[in-house]
Design a protein around this ligand. Sequence first.
Ligand SMILES: [Cu+2]
Length: 165
Amino acid sequence: MQIKGLALVMSVFVFAACGGESQPAGESAPAPTTETAAAAPAAAGAAVLAPATGTTHEIKMVGDEKGYRFEPANLTIKTGDAVKFVFVSGGPHNVAFDGAALAADAKSQLDANFGSQRMAELSSLMYMTAGENITISFAKIPAGSYPFNCTPHLAMGMKGVVTVQ
Ligand SMILES: [Cu+2]
C-alpha cells in the first residue's frame, strides 16, 4: 500500500514537472532594454568644465554692520567671461546658483564650471577666511539671467544675479 501510494505521488509529481516543462519558453518577459536605452541619452548632462576665454569680473562676499551682501549684486558679463567671488568678511559664505531658474543645458554646463570647488549641484565650498575665492567660468553658458545666493545668508537677502549677454 505504501509503495503504491508513493508511486502515485511520484507519478503525479513527474507529470506535473513534465507539464511545466512543456510550457512554451516564449512567455518570458520581453527584455526592457528599449526603455533603458531611451533613458540613457537624457542623462547626458555630463558637461565638462569650459575654461573662461574673456574678462574675469569680481564680486565681493561681505558681511558687516550693514548686512550680508554680494558687491556688486548685479553683474552683466559676456559668454566666455568669468566671475571671481572673493570672501571679504562676515562668513561663512558660499555661491549657489538657482537651478530652478535655468534650462537643463545651461544648468549642467554651469555646474561643471564650478570645477574642483563644487560642493553640491551649482554650489561652491563654504568660505570662512578673507581672500578665499572661487572663479566660475561662464564659457559655453548661454545668454540669460543666472540668479545666485549665499546659502547661509539667503534668508538675510544675500543674493544677486549674473546676466550673460
Ligand atoms: Cu553669506
